[in-house]
Ligand binder design. Structure first.
Ligand code: ADP
Ligand code: MG
Length: 265
């Protein structure tokens, strides 16, 4: 048994990457999977939601596991328990991961593979590894893709998001060709969808057209805009445990099923 590794990505901020990463992790632990959440966003919002205890700004985290400045510390050394039984976390706090991102830019060798290599020793311990990325197609996001079996884009239905997806798909294709032949693109989760607005319906239709034309999937179901979802995620509450969002838990159960095709490795 080795973990299936999944990256949630979009170079645009605020589309719901962290929200979807957290709730997919919740859906997986709910069905008894052992899950590792890797916070590859220097802003650390996934860590804020999912760490079972408050972590100091300078707590060891992903930055230490990736940096050549700290060769003693490996990824297993920085894993902490998450808020749910069955969930572990590679945390990100403080400014360290931003510094490591800059270090990677100038690293001469194998910089794209750092996270992949760092995760290798823990693959057998988990069924699913979920990597949350920042709003950028930088070396950290490329490291996340190279380390992954599956990439999922998280988008909202608006003009800029539809355009940004083209660039994201290019990056994923380039990473596949040069560094990660194992990587597949599962498609786009449309998040924070407000069915009451005409614009949203318009841009969702555009997104579906683009998906057809370019041969990628818009993953069903569409995730609605609901403050109950935002509140649950911000507080590290799984939707199925949230009195106001219980009815929405199945959304992410279905996404998890589609993305993993029901078959964890
Ligand atoms: N389905 C949703 N409904 C309502 N608010 C949401 C939803 N998903 C995310 N949000 C809110 O939108 C903001 C951006 O979401 P977040 O997951 O942090 O995006 P990203 O990680 O892509 O930057 C956050 O304030 C979050 O609480
Ligand atoms: Mg985020």
């Amino acid at each position: 048994m080795t973990a299936l590794t999944l990256t949630l990505t979009n170079q645009k901020g605020g589309t719901g990457k962290t929200n979807c990463a957290v709730q997919l992790a919740a859906a997986a632990v709910r069905i008894g999977r052992r899950v590792l959440f890797v916070d590859a966003d220097p802003q650390g919002s996934g860590t804020a939601a999912l760490a079972s205890e408050g972590l100091d700004e300078d707590a060891p985290g992903l930055a230490n596991a990736l940096s050549n400045q700290d060769p003693e510390t490996t990824l297993p050394d920085v894993i902490v328990p998450g808020v749910w039984a069955g969930l572990d976390l590679v945390p990100t706090t403080g400014g360290g991961l931003g510094i490591v991102r800059d270090e990677l830019v100038v690293a001469p060798l194998a910089r794209e593979r750092r996270l992949r290599d760092a995760l290798a020793p823990v693959l057998e311990r988990y069924d699913l590894i979920v990597i949350d990325t920042g709003p950028s197609l930088d070396q950290l996001t490329i490291n996340a893709l190279v380390a992954s079996d599956v990439a999922v884009a998280v988008s909202v239905a608006d003009y800029f998001s539809s355009r940004g997806l083209v660039q994201l798909l290019d990056t994923i294709t380039t990473v596949q060709q040069h560094y990660a032949p194992q990587l597949t693109f599962a498609g786009v989760i449309v998040n924070r969808y407000d069915a009451r607005t005409k614009q949203a319906a318009h841009w969702l239709a555009q997104l579906r057209e683009a998906a057809d034309a370019q041969g990628f999937a818009v993953l069903e179901p569409i995730v609605p805009a609901r403050t109950a979802i935002a509140d649950a995620t911000a507080n590290g509450v799984a939707l199925h445990e949230s009195p106001r969002a219980k009815d929405l838990a199945d959304l992410f159960a279905q996404h998890l099923e589609t993305i993993t095709e029901g078959a964890f490795k």
